[in-house]
Design a binder for this molecule. Structure first.
Ligand SMILES: C=C(O[C@@H]1C=C(C(=O)O)C=C[C@H]1O)C(=O)O
Length: 411
């Protein structure tokens, strides 16, 4: 009974507190206790979700959406390397809509009570008011930005190998090291990203093992909604647009049209592999991602009508990494990247998102993102190279893609 009263007071305090204060307290408390955190906002929504895994263990998982409990998944670009697919279990869940913290029924009340006592206290004392928000910083080997010459050389080499028919498309990436402002405040960055990019998936993953990744991605990998509808998209082709550009007026060149068609073809091939014919295809149409426009085609499947309940898991396995971030065919393009990219992609161009939260799974490609080090950030971006690529133009494209995050850091 005593606990119940404490819990009620705590929930009442939450209602009176600001969203930022709540996020900050939950981050600081989690980092003090080695708990993992994921904070996100879905495209076209205002509700923000935060989950905490209080197990103090790193959960390495297989991306099996039907088997996994409620939580948040983050997978690297290359699962055969040093980085692994990690799951953040939903032990504690906070929604900005309900302004309520819920404890997973799987957590035993007595045990969690001991852990949460400090949190109750922290909240009522307003102990974090004058402190910045803490986050994990994993060590990173990346100490140098990719130079323009380096990148252009890599694109030239890629065009050469495409001319030799080694592959059709490849997506070389680069990194950009940026010092962090002394007053860097991660929650403020999150809020600004949410505001600037209403149709992106905004997220922060902060985990003792993998550090902190922040992103504003326009690219859905797969989703399964409450009605068991499956969706994936092909997103590629890039051009800069103004704030008030009418998307219907945006024209595309042959290079971009072909580049995006390749991604669609890749998705349809995945459907073919599993003999699934009952999908609908919508597009391509122009989609906005901040100051950029992309070409996008939507693919939808009713998994109940087709009696294919594991479609999400099967497609996740087949699709990743798609030709939007790796290349086509996958194997030779991937071999090119392994050989020619100097940096580790780690979780860049991997995937991430909530799994089975409120009966939905929404997984996105981790692009337009950065990894946070203690006093700097590593930004990542790539550009699709085909036989018609102009190296200088591709470099410019990677610069503009970095701007998605960079302009918010500079604000
Ligand atoms: C690889 C990135 O973006 C991908 C590549 C695109 C392209 O080559 O035109 C467009 C959208 C994304 O699928 C990135 O943002 O880093």
């Amino acid at each position: 009974m005593e606990h119940l009263q404490e819990w009620r007071t705590f929930q009442e305090n939450l209602i009176g507190a600001s969203e930022r204060y709540i996020f900050k307290t939950l981050f600081n408390f989690s980092v003090e206790h080695d708990w993992a955190i994921a904070l996100w906002r879905l495209p076209h929504q205002t509700e923000k979700h935060l989950i905490i895994d209080s197990s103090q263990t790193t959960k390495v998982v297989k991306a099996d959406l039907e088997e996994l409990p409620e939580g948040f998944i983050i997978a690297p670009f290359d699962g055969s390397g040093a980085n692994q697919t990690i799951f953040i279990n939903n032990d504690l869940y906070f929604s900005s809509k309900e302004k309520k913290l819920s404890i997973s029924p799987a957590l035993k009340w007595d045990e969690s009570k001991i852990q949460l006592e400090g949190l109750f206290e922290k909240f009522s004392n307003g102990m974090v008011k004058n402190k910045g928000t803490s986050f994990y910083t994993a060590s990173s080997d990346e100490t140098q930005s990719t130079s323009k010459d380096q990148y252009i050389e890599m694109v030239r080499k890629a065009v050469g190998e495409i001319a030799e028919n080694k592959f059709e498309k490849v997506v070389p990436s680069k990194i950009k090291l940026v010092p962090l402002d002394q007053n860097f405040e991660i929650i403020e960055i999150f809020e600004k990203l949410c505001e600037a990019y209403p149709n992106a998936f905004i997220s922060i993953v902060s985990h003792p093992e993998i550090g902190t990744w922040v992103g504003a991605t326009p690219e859905k990998l797969i989703s399964i909604d409450k009605n068991k509808m499956f969706q994936t998209i092909s997103l590629a082709g890039t051009q800069k647009i103004d704030k008030d550009t009418d998307l219907r007026e945006v024209a595309w060149k042959q290079k971009e049209i072909e580049e995006q068609a390749m991604v669609s073809r890749y998705i349809i091939n995945c459907f073919k592999k599993i003999r699934l014919r009952e999908f609908t295809e919508k597009g391509p149409r122009t989609a906005r991602a901040g100051a950029l426009a992309h070409l996008q085609t939507e693919f939808n499947v009713d998994t109940e009508a087709t009696n294919f309940t594991q479609l999400g898991t099967v497609m996740l396995d087949l699709l990743h990494p798609t030709s939007a971030v790796c290349g086509m065919p996958k194997e030779p393009a991937n071999a090119f990247l392994l050989k020619n990219e100097v940096h580790q992609r780690a979780y860049f161009s991997g995937y991430l998102g909530p799994v089975n939260v409120l009966e939905e799974s929404r997984i996105f490609v981790n692009i337009r993102c950065m990894q946070l080090l203690s006093d700097s950030a590593v930004l990542y971006s790539g550009a699709g190279v085909t036989e018609n690529s102009d190296p200088e133009h591709e470099w410019e494209e990677t610069e503009i893609k970095c701007e998605t995050i960079l302009r918010i850091l500079k604000e």
